[in-house]
Design a protein around this ligand. Structure first.
Ligand code: DGJ
Length: 558
């Protein structure tokens, strides 16, 4: 008997130790900020999510087999996939964890991380993923009421019963994740999906009207930098034409913030919300975009009202270069890490991964990249069915093996990346004593003309004062002496126009020479030297075509 007890105690303590070791090895992923730069720490070090989002209805036993081959083809390290409230809580308070467990197990089998999307109260502004028992009881689980008193296809942010139900379900989901995922397969969770309302600016129910007529809460005034002339001023008085969208954003953020806080209290994974955007260049009047979600004009309201949400993230479906760049600029803030949870994986947009990396993005995830919607595969044309994956696959093939270094160098502020802009054949990235000059469509010695289509992209990181990691596609990179900080301040620098990048600095020419250009490959996250490039391969700069190539470059002046 005694022996049994000792054995049982030993077994129990070794299980406890093993569990402890496991969780100690895999700390909970966390978002870390340093000097306004962010990194997602996974297993204790910065990690870059090179992800893809599945189609909305793909997270089922019947369709997941059509997801994994696409993820593999992409070389993605993360899959974003939904968890459906309607599946998770078929009866009030009864939770079905089978879908969560299934996707966790399959992700592990495929050595891929997950970002799980909680399709809860809101999905694209509607309540379509609420369980049937909620849909059938609209008196209790309220819709938004529009100006003319009709119920619209959007959940009311003032529906207390819906809020309590969502909090309870989301908490059960997070608690289960905590128990079921000591490996930390799941890196982040998205709370709701594209929250807000289409077709009406806000809820006009009597309860909402009362709040709209009441004073704007102090935290909203502070977040929006407003000091009303009259204390206790209401929304209309404070915000004029923006009153209704600001009010709805406050109400939705307050609701989602409470759901997020409840889940985070049981399992503190990084949480984010995604936004259906408004036009970043010419924002239309309220009503021309989804009202209430974290659009760029109300980010501060969301930050103040939903502090349990770590990131406000833009879903970017924009092919216009300036619009795309403006969006990432708007969502890259000292109080907000840049993360792109949805975007188009189309050929002309794929280069924007590099623009995002230039703003220290912690992750990027084109939408709808699985085979669930491919119905007509042409026999004998294997590539045709992969055309929609190709641009993202090309990116991930290059960046995937080096993603730990990319994330770390970005977090340390040593990395810059950029994408081609129409009509701008050359761009300059500044690194202390050196400028990296990126050009597009440079043939031989001739001037850069830009690529026929703007598909070029480049990434440069400073490893030492005179050593750089360089990669990209469809571009040329070279280095030009930039002088010391003091010399730059004095403005006494003239850029040379000869073939070799040079600059006249304080009356003395400094020309770039390559000391050593090493071509290598990343193996197990480490750059491995393959050969030295010289002669035709470097005489006109470092040229990157459409094959993945990574260089470690040492430069000097003469
Ligand atoms: C944005 C949403 O967030 C996604 O779930 C999906 O509906 C896409 N739009 C469009 O297909």
């Amino acid at each position: 008997m005694k022996i049994f007890i000792i054995a049982a105690v030993l077994a129990a303590s070794s299980i406890a130790l093993a569990l402890h070791a496991q969780t100690a090895e895999h700390p909970v992923p966390r978002l870390v900020e340093n000097d306004g730069r962010y990194a997602l720490f996974v297993d204790g070090a910065p990690f870059l999510m090179l992800s893809a989002q599945s189609n909305n209805s793909s997270d089922w036993p019947a369709t997941l087999p059509k997801v994994w081959p696409a993820i593999e083809y992409l070389h993605a390290n993360t899959l974003e996939t939904p968890i459906y409230w309607e599946q998770f809580e078929p009866k009030p308070g009864q939770f079905d964890y089978s879908q969560v467990d299934m996707v966790l197990a399959q992700a592990r089998d495929h050595h891929v991380h997950l970002v799980l999307l909680w399709f809860g109260t809101w999905k694209n502004g509607s309540q379509h993923y609420m369980p049937e028992w909620m849909k059938l009881d609209p008196q209790r689980y309220l819709h938004v009421t529009n100006k003319t008193g009709e119920l619209v296809d959007s959940p009311s942010p003032f529906a207390t019963a819906s809020l309590e139900a969502d909090k309870r379900a989301f908490t059960a989901f997070m608690q289960h994740l905590k128990n079921a995922d000591p490996e930390r397969t799941v890196l982040m969770v998205q709370v709701e999906n594209e929250t807000g309302t289409w077709g009406t600016l806000r809820d006009y129910s009597p309860a909402a009207e009362m709040l709209f007529e009441g004073p704007v809460p102090a935290e909203v005034l502070k977040a929006m930098g407003q000091t009303p002339a009259t204390p206790g001023a209401n929304w209309q008085e404070v915000f004029g034409p923006e009153a209704e969208v600001n009010f709805h954003a406050w109400a939705v953020a307050r609701y989602v913030g409470q759901v997020a806080a409840a889940g985070k209290a049981v399992y503190p994974l990084p949480l984010y919300v995604n936004a259906a955007l408004r036009d970043p260049l010419k924002p239309g009047a309220p009503g021309t975009y989804e009202s209430g979600g974290p659009t760029d004009n109300v980010l501060s309201i969301w930050k103040a009202e939903a502090p349990a949400i770590d990131i406000l993230a833009p879903d970017i479906y924009m092919s216009n270069t300036q619009a795309y760049l403006k969006v990432i600029d708007l969502y890259h803030r000292p109080d907000n890490a840049l993360f792109i949870p949805e975007t188009s994986g189309a050929v002309h947009e794929a280069r924007f991964l590099f623009s995002a990396l230039g703003l220290q993005a912690i992750g990027y995830s084109p939408f709808g990249l699985d085979y669930s919607r491919i119905h007509s595969v042409q026999p004998g044309q294997p590539d045709a069915q992969n055309a929609f994956l190709e641009p993202t696959a090309q990116n991930y093939l290059l960046i995937g093996p080096m993603m730990r270094d990319v994330a770390r160098l970005n977090f340390e502020g040593k990395l810059q990346a950029t994408a081609e802009v129409e009509g701008e054949p050359a761009q300059t990235l500044h690194f202390g004593n050196w400028d990296a000059v990126v050009s597009y469509g440079s043939g031989g010695r001739g001037p850069a003309k830009g690529n026929p289509e703007p598909i070029g992209r480049a990434l440069v990181a400073q490893l030492k004062d005179n050593q750089f990691l360089v990669t990209g596609y469809d571009c040329r990179v070279d280095f030009r002496p930039a002088g010391t900080e003091q010399q730059r301040k004095s403005g006494n620098i003239v850029v040379g126009t000869g073939q070799t990048p040079s600059a006249l600095i304080d009356g003395k020419w400094q020309h770039r020479q390559f000391l050593r250009v090493e071509e290598g490959i990343y193996e197990n996250g480490v750059f491995k030297f393959m050969r030295i490039l010289n002669g035709d391969q470097t005489d006109w700069g470092l040229n990157f075509a459409s094959e993945p190539e990574v260089l470690r470059v040492s430069v000097a002046t003469y």
